[in-house]
Design a protein around this ligand. Structure first.
Ligand code: SF4
Length: 984
């Protein structure tokens, strides 16, 4: 650069900086250059900064009024990170990572520093163009974009009036709240939850709707959420990242994988794309999407063949020694051999006694331990006499499993997965060598029709190695477990101890409480077993939630398309499974009084994430009387609502990031500045709404309403929400303080301390059953947070039918569909028989849709929706890199840019998700092409682990099985095919 160019550059810099100061002076958010009057920068007559030197401007930029501690509240980023927020003149000017973490134990790397590219530019989202700022009311048709600005008073009064009308006409359970994936355990979610519980309304269970629930883990372990701290990864010697991409989706934790590799651990990545994580791997296995179970089964076969299984563990912790009747294909039960015997008491073969003996810890045996005083065989078969004199042949589940695995040679697995035999052998040999194998498997692996089989196969490999519940080994999937204080905060109706007691008595009578105390004292049940029963009652008697099948399937109008997609794959029509499940009371069936009429959403984006939203909009949306989006950001769903209420962003209200998994620290989000413009925090919004509802209910002398699960008197709604007036609208911080005080995991922490340190290490796992079961219950804040040791070390029965890790699903539906043992089933061609499998995944540049229109993030990619394909495929269909193409299937078409990448295997179209529909030409995204198949087995119920519960177990939707075609776009119109009217 010559001198004159240098001078020009310097003048240009000064001009830009001065312009920034002037712009800031009139209030336009050019915050990074906003100047504070005084110091060495003086304003001239027209407000132009006078600088003693150009360096002064730079120095000004690095001054601030205060530093607050913060994080990204309910961003659904799997993780949590401590940030310092720099505030100047009432503006958060930037954020900076804070290295506040300790090493968990000697020899393990620490968590410092934590953060990701999204978090580092949240200020841009917060002050960006899509930020909501004032209450808006729709004045044209829904989706027309015609709004008027209204006051909070008007908004609250009108929304309250409509809620009352709907509750009177259709019942409170038609008032539907979508908490979305953005969920904290602080006052934001507690306020929303509390309003909904007290109003007797219904929640959407988005875990399943999105397809995120790990139902394979639920079937095998009785727990859908499994995972500990990320530094435990470092202790594994064989890390299998199986459908997960931490370098993109768990950026603050990915380093533990690579550090493990530096110390000699082997890293294998299984993914159809050569992902950002795969580039670090020792072995990358680009399987055909949906074929993962075949790979797992070949490994399991190899482990048997090499006798690389942990016999003692398998005998005690798994169901492989359980006995199965060869005539019925079901487990031997007490009812088979004794008059009046139980149907849920199962048997092991006792070699010394030469006959079957009850398995301790199985559901029918009761008891608090799975400890064995003999060694039941894992393989073998015997004949016994049943109570009716019939002789039957018995075999162990281990024998049946081994026989079924015979099919899964390396050659067969290679055919199915399209890997080579050598690749599979190398992988399987890694399993044989491994001392502490660990599988990292994320949400994407739960979104296939047969993802349960895929996950059961992964768990099979782990259990044969005795890895589950062992430190430095096992399954790392999702470890999202609530704090117990949060559960209290959302139910408490009175201040003080009487309010807390009321929460317990709401669930249990004094007699039941006495029985529980006796069960524990007499050692008839463990505390965890009792707590689990309580948790189930909470799920089924307090929280009212809708299922995918109740809402999407019945009211959205996708019954017919799914019948067309699936009926030919099943022995009975899909509708028959749904009918049987509902009739038998397996699946909850809410709302009982008809389709939702009021939809309250926020931190969520239903029309962006739902499958086939065109069906939802044609069949359900227009029938709703009221749709309110409470959100800091304009979302596509908000644009289709009746009211948009501006919620405060993460730096404008108090909150926490609560997950104990990943980084075992409570992360505090301080209120760095007052809520922007007219926005308010959610605790206050629901405080105001409950106040107006109560006022109207009293004026109308509303009778007690038939709320979901229990009666609700809306004349006292606000009284209950505000704990008899002791909580004011600005008391979010007090609610948070209560949550922390009432959670044993945060014992000793105070808000004052958190305001200073930002993140504090948990001191225990908590008293709820989920953390006690999921994490190591002996963990007291020291060491890595490992998992599932209540079962492997304390010998508590697993929360399954057999009290063991279940390889065998003893349920008539599983037998009917041939899935009693893990097996492979191909991915059905959803959406029609088209050449590409359409695989979508989380992006590096956004968390769902929150950062999707952020200029800084858009600059790091191509800035608009795109689909990634292999150039070899592109030649066949006549598209070039960066061309627009039409992506189509039986449901219609959308237009997207093509991106070439040899990282994608041929035959796969890859899509980094969460572009807003309004970022597509005609406001229809790829979701308009995704039928979202439902697996009928996920409607099965009636046994221990197959017990439906909010965010625990229910039918999900499979998106990854979708097929598409791609053709050049030459100006032709795109869009969804007309939606047929829903039949009654
Ligand atoms: S991972 Fe989450 S908490 Fe951490 S910086 Fe990114 S958005 Fe923020």
């Amino acid at each position: 650069m010559d001198a004159s160019t240098q001078n020009q550059s310097r003048r240009r810099f000064l001009w830009l900086a001065a312009a920034g100061g002037a712009v800031a002076a009139v209030g336009i958010p050019f915050f990074h250059y906003r100047l504070k009057a005084g110091a060495s920068v003086r304003l001239g007559p027209r407000g132009t900064p006078k600088l003693n030197s150009w360096e002064d401007l730079y120095r000004q930029r690095w001054t601030w009024d205060k530093i607050a501690k913060g994080s990204h509240g309910w961003a659904n980023c799997r993780s949590a990170c401590a940030w310092d927020l720099y505030v100047k003149d009432g503006v958060v000017v930037r954020e900076e990572q804070s290295a506040t973490y300790d090493q968990s134990e000697p020899g393990v790397p620490d968590f410092n520093p934590r953060g990701c590219n999204k978090g580092a530019c949240y200020t841009e989202v917060m002050y960006g163009p899509s930020r909501t700022s004032v209450p808006l009311k729709r004045v044209g048709p829904r989706g027309s974009g015609q709004w008027e600005r209204i006051s909070w008073d008007q908004a609250m009064a009108e929304i309250a009036e409509k809620c009352v009308d709907a509750a009177v006409k259709w019942g409170p359970e038609t008032i539907y709240q979508d908490l979305g994936p953005n969920y904290d355990n602080g006052p934001t979610t507690a306020g929303r939850f509390k309003f909904q519980l007290m109003a007797g309304g219904m929640f959407a269970d988005m875990w399943a709707e999105i397809g995120d629930l790990n139902l394979g883990a639920l079937m095998s372990l009785g727990l859908a959420h499994v995972g500990g701290s990320s530094d435990e990864w470092f202790l594994s010697d064989f890390l299998v990242v199986w459908m997960m991409n931490p370098s993109v989706t768990q950026i603050p934790d990915a380093h533990f994988l690579y550090e493990a590799r530096y110390q000699g651990s082997e890293l294998v990545v299984i993914d159809p794309i050569y992902s950002a994580t795969a580039i670090h791997a020792d072995q990358w296995l680009p399987v055909t999407p949906g074929s993962d179970a075949a790979l797992g089964l070949a490994v399991a076969r190899h482990l048997f063949e090499k006798d690389a299984i942990d016999h003692a563990y398998v005998r005690e912790q798994t169901d492989l020694p359980f006995l199965v009747r060869m005539d019925t294909g079901r487990m031997l039960r007490e009812a088979d051999i004794k008059e009046g015997g139980k149907d849920n008491l199962f048997y092991l073969w006792h070699p010394q006694q030469g006959g079957p003996v009850p398995a301790p810890g199985c559901e029918g045996a009761g008891g608090i331990s799975t400890r064995l005083d003999f060694e039941p065989p894992i393989e073998g078969s015997w004949k016994i006499m049943l109570k009716d004199g019939q002789e039957v042949l018995l075999a162990t589940i281990g024998s049946l499993l081994k026989e079924s695995l015979e099919l899964w040679t390396f050659e067969r697995a290679a055919e199915v997965t399209t890997l080579s035999v050598e690749q599979i052998r190398a992988f399987a040999d890694g399993w044989v060598r491994a001392k502490r194998p660990m599988v990292l498997s994320s949400w994407g692996s739960n979104r296939y029709m047969h993802s349960d089989l895929m996950n059961r196969s992964k768990i099979l490999c782990l259990m044969l190695k005795g890895a589950i519940g062992r430190k430095g080994a096992g399954l790392q999937s999702t470890g999202f477990i609530d704090l117990e204080g949060f559960g209290n905060a959302m139910q408490v109706e009175k201040d003080g101890i009487s309010g807390r007691l009321g929460v317990i008595l709401n669930l249990m009578t004094p007699k039941e409480l006495f029985d529980v105390a006796m069960d524990i004292t007499m050692k008839r049940k463990t505390e965890n077993q009792v707590a689990r029963e309580g948790e189930r009652r909470f799920e089924t008697e307090v929280v009212c939630y809708s299922t995918v099948t109740a809402i999407d399937y019945r009211y959205q109008g996708i019954k017919e398309p799914l019948a067309k997609e699936e009926d030919h794959l099943l022995p009975r029509p899909l509708a028959a499974y749904h009918e049987e499940s509902t009739r038998k009371g397996w699946e909850p069936d809410f709302p009982r009084t008809g389709a939702p009429k009021v939809f309250l959403t926020g931190g969520s984006n239903l029309l962006r994430r739902n499958n086939l939203p065109q069906y939802l909009m044609a069949n359900m949306w227009d029938d709703m009387e009221l749709i309110v989006d409470i959100n800091p950001k304009f979302s596509f769903t908000g644009t289709q609502a009746d009211y948009i209420l501006p919620a405060a962003g993460w730096y404008e209200k108090v909150g926490i990031k609560y997950t104990m998994a990943y980084a075992p620290y409570l992360h505090y989000c301080d209120q760095a500045i007052q809520p922007l413009a007219e926005s308010k925090d959610e605790f206050e919004i629901y405080w105001l709404l409950s106040r107006d509802i109560e006022r109207i209910a009293k004026a109308r002398k509303l009778p007690v309403l038939n709320g979901c699960h229990r009666p609700t008197d809306w004349k006292t709604l606000h009284q209950r929400y505000s704990c008899e007036g002791t909580l004011g609208p600005k008391d979010a911080e007090r609610v948070l303080s209560d949550i922390i005080e009432q959670s044993s995991a945060t014992k000793g922490m105070t808000l004052e301390q958190l305001k200073t340190v930002g993140a504090a290490r948990y001191v225990a796992t908590g008293m709820n059953v989920s953390p006690a079961y999921t994490y190591n219950p002996d963990w007291k804040g020291k060491g890595v947070l490992n998992t599932l040791t209540a079962f492997t070390e304390h010998k508590e029965p697993w929360p399954t039918l057999t009290g063991r890790i279940s390889c065998f699903m003893d349920h008539p539906w599983f037998l009917e569909l041939g899935e009693q043992l893990p097996t492979h089933k191909p991915s059905p061609k959803a959406g029609g028989d088209y050449p590409f499998q359409f695989v979508s995944c989380h992006a590096r540049w956004s968390i769902h849709s929150t950062w999707r229109d952020t200029p800084m993030m858009l600059r790091l990619q191509r800035g608009e929706p795109q689909v990634w394909i292999n150039p070899a495929d592109a030649g066949k269909i006549g598209v070039k890199d960066y061309d627009y193409a039409e992506i189509h299937n039986d449901y219609g078409s959308v237009r997207m840019r093509i991106k070439f990448s040899t990282m994608v295997r041929p035959g796969v179209a890859y899509y980094y998700h969460a572009w807003e529909p309004h970022q597509f030409p005609n406001h229809q995204s790829f979701k308009w092409l995704i039928p979202g198949l439902i697996n009928p087995l996920h409607m099965a119920g009636g046994t221990a682990q197959l017990h439906h519960g909010n965010s625990k177990y229910q039918a999900g939707t499979a998106v990854q099985d979708t097929r598409i075609g791609i053709r050049p776009w030459r100006g032709q119109s795109t869009g969804a095919k007309p939606v047929p009217a829903r039949s009654a």
